[in-house]
Design a protein around this ligand. Structure first.
Ligand code: MN
Ligand code: MG
Length: 686
């Protein structure tokens, strides 16, 4: 007979994390509880399901505030459904959040900056999380984006740093926040508690198959990216110091064990990187996993997935085992971002006669995604939203929608990609200007070793008609609102900077020029200009500093002619920094080798879209002259016997003319593709 079995109501009481004092009081009333064997036979087993959300980025709802439309592919209201299902499935669960929680949507900006949420009110993200009851969380780099006074407020007070009223008592997150590697410069103590101990009673099985219940102390410790000191320098310099995750773990994990933690769960707001350890490294998961005393690790920050069931998994590094779901033998997860997945570590525990101890080799981990499959038509199917979440944030959600419709500037020209394939830089130049300015400023401030290199930027017409006449960036003359940034920059990429040389630039542009078919000038019949190479890969410069011609009569690889920088033939050996996006910088090996991640000198934490918004805020009058005419490239002149044709939006010739493209003409109002587009010709001899 097992004592805890017979306690009616006990399971209910202990289902959630109990405050230490309350647990002790209960234990005092119950003989045999709290550390003694409670009659549990040696060899009894239990499973603790550690449930991870990470990089939620304030996506409470499955809603795109840029497109002003529902998007079921992400959102905590759907992750919540996965959490509830896991709690039904597993007798013992621990729900943790791994940071990058309070920044990332228009709703986040609204509550932080536009109409700062009052001290008495919880952030909408934390309020929604409160419906589920989180046990602990850590702070990501983005928690620092709005400064320390705001962080102090939303965490409920207590941050003992310069410029902050630590005595302020506010609504708070609603769950304990732990962070071991960030210190207050004023007190030399951790900014928030480095760890917490969650006390639980686990339900398990005796060797004879009967149910057992016995208490456990779960240590939870957190680590974030030391890069916060660069990324939010203006807020943090002189106020905080950071330490490497391994150094902090070596300091606090033994302390946590000494305080009675039976197992230790590390919340790492960081991921995996094969580089040698350094205390400032961004993604030290491989190294942290080797610190003795860590039983499980949840990761994030990279917005990646681990374990990865793809045929060619990410994080292909020594020590990383996607099949077992372990990193150097430690069960681990990284649950994507924006609530797209829930990480589940099934930590196996064994009763050693006096306490629960982990059995890492019997543990396993997996991700559960909100996408459950595809329907008969091939459309993605997602779990239903938890109906309890949306009503909690409805008034704030509506206020954020009004906010994104608010103008931040104006444009005096129609910014479109309708003719980007034939030379109109009108919707791309502002993206390049924003990326260039952002990377150049960061290099001057934080990467002095590159400060003498020219900084250039490339971007592409992400929306270029693939899905029909509506699939073009097309921003009307007049006010520019925040939600227009989604049209100017389609993808939720982040800005990356890569170091290349002049020869690399030539090769990069050669790859981008695959956008065009090879044109035979002698052919008298019509030839289609655009190949099947996607528009989002047609990287281009839009600056007078870089000039080149694309000779479409030549085969792929020999098309870029007369490439110049500042009016002179580019020096193949000269080094440049190019601003681009995470996608191109890490998976652009088919462009040039250095775009496999090895050329990256800075993986910024900021979305290209947010960088564009910031640029427009600083330059609120967008004009054709300043932001829409810098054509870096043109087609090499050639006389063709027949017409060279392409499709674009219906009846849009005036857009080409306004962009100064005098060599474009309308051939047919209906191009016959059934996509609602028109057929145009381009005279390559002009
Ligand atoms: Mn993140
Ligand atoms: Mg992060």
């Amino acid at each position: 007979m097992h004592y805890w079995n017979n306690e009616g109501g006990m399971a209910l009481v202990t289902r959630r994390a109990l405050a230490g004092a309350a647990a002790a009081a209960l234990c005092a009333a119950l003989a045999g509880c709290g550390g003694s064997d409670a009659g549990v036979p040696t060899g009894a087993t239990a499973t603790l399901a550690i449930l991870e959300t990470t990089d939620l980025h304030f996506n409470v709802r499955s809603y795109d505030y840029f497109k002003l439309a529902e998007d079921k592919s992400y959102g905590f209201e759907r992750t919540a459904t996965l959490v509830r299902a896991a709690r039904k499935e597993f007798a013992n669960t621990l729900l943790v959040d791994n940071g990058d929680t309070i920044q990332g949507t228009a709703l986040a900006d609204y509550e932080a900056v536009v109409k700062t949420i009052p001290c008495t009110q919880q952030l909408s993200m934390y309020k929604a999380m409160g419906a589920l009851g989180f046990d602990a969380g850590t702070l990501g780099n983005h928690e620092f984006n709005y400064g320390l006074p705001f962080l102090n407020q939303v965490l409920g007070g207590g941050l003992e740093v310069d410029g902050v009223d630590a005595s302020q008592k506010c609504a708070g997150a609603g769950f304990p926040m732990v962070l071991a590697n960030v210190y207050s410069a004023k007190t030399k103590k951790p900014l928030v508690q480095p760890y917490t101990i969650v006390e639980r009673t686990l339900t398990g099985k005796a060797p004879d198959g009967s149910e057992v219940k016995a208490p456990i102390k779960i240590g939870v410790i957190g680590f974030t990216t030391p890069g916060i000191m660069n990324w939010d320098k203006r807020y943090l310099e002189g106020k905080l110091t950071t330490e490497g995750a391994v150094e902090s773990a070596n300091k606090y994990v033994p302390e946590l064990r000494a305080k009675g933690a039976n197992v230790v769960v590390a919340l790492l707001h960081g991921g995996l990187d094969g580089a040698a350890y350094s205390p400032t490294m961004e993604n030290p998961g491989l190294h942290l996993s080797k610190v003795a005393g860590i039983d499980a690790m949840v990761m994030g920050h990279q917005h990646g997935v681990f374990p990865d069931t793809a045929a060619t998994p990410s994080f292909n590094l020594p020590g990383v085992d996607h099949k077992a779901g372990t990193v150097n033998g430690v069960p681990a997860v990284m649950a994507s971002s924006w609530g797209k997945a829930l990480g589940v570590v099934q930590l196996a525990l064994r009763w050693d006669g006096s306490k629960w101890i982990s059995d890492k080799t019997a543990s396993k981990s997996a991700l559960r995604t909100i996408q459950t499959g595809k329907d008969a038509a091939g459309k993605a199917v997602y779990v239903d939203a938890d109906p309890g979440i949306a009503p909690l944030v409805e008034p704030q959600h509506q206020a954020a929608i009004q906010y994104v419709k608010t103008p931040i500037g104006t444009t005096d020209f129609r910014m479109s990609t309708l003719f980007a394939d034939v030379g109109d830089p009108g919707a791309i130049q502002v993206v390049n200007q924003a990326q260039q300015a952002y990377v150049a400023a960061y290099i001057q401030a934080s990467l002095p070793q590159y400060k003498d290199l020219p900084v250039l930027s490339v971007s592409a017409p992400f929306k270029s008609g693939f899905q029909g006449a509506a699939d073009y960036t097309d921003v009307a003359v007049g006010p520019l609102a925040i939600n227009n940034a989604a049209d100017l920059y389609l993808y939720p990429n982040t800005v990356y900077a890569v170091k290349v040389n002049g020869a690399d630039i030539q090769n990069w542009l050669e790859a981008a020029a695959k956008r065009f078919n090879q044109i035979d000038p002698a052919k008298t019949t019509e030839q289609a200009l655009i190949s099947s190479f996607p528009g989002y890969n047609f990287d281009m410069f839009t600056t007078p500093d870089v000039q080149y011609e694309i000779d479409v009569t030549q085969p792929v690889g020999s098309r870029i002619k007369n490439l110049t920088y500042l009016g002179k033939a580019i020096n193949p050996a000269q080094e440049f920094v190019i601003a681009t996006n995470n996608y191109r910088a890490t998976s652009g090996k088919s462009f040039i080798d250095k775009l496999d991640g090895s050329g990256t000198i800075w993986a910024s934490p900021d979305a290209n879209r947010d960088v564009v918004i910031d640029y427009i805020r600083k330059h609120p009058s967008i004009t054709r002259g300043a932001n829409g005419t810098a054509q870096s490239w043109r087609f090499a002149k050639v006389k063709t016997a027949g017409a060279v044709v392409f499709s674009s939006g219906a009846g849009a010739l005036s857009v080409a003319q306004a962009a100064g493209l005098k060599n474009v003409s309308l051939l047919a109002a209906d191009d016959g593709t059934g996509k609602g587009t028109s057929k145009y010709a381009i005279d390559l001899s002009q």
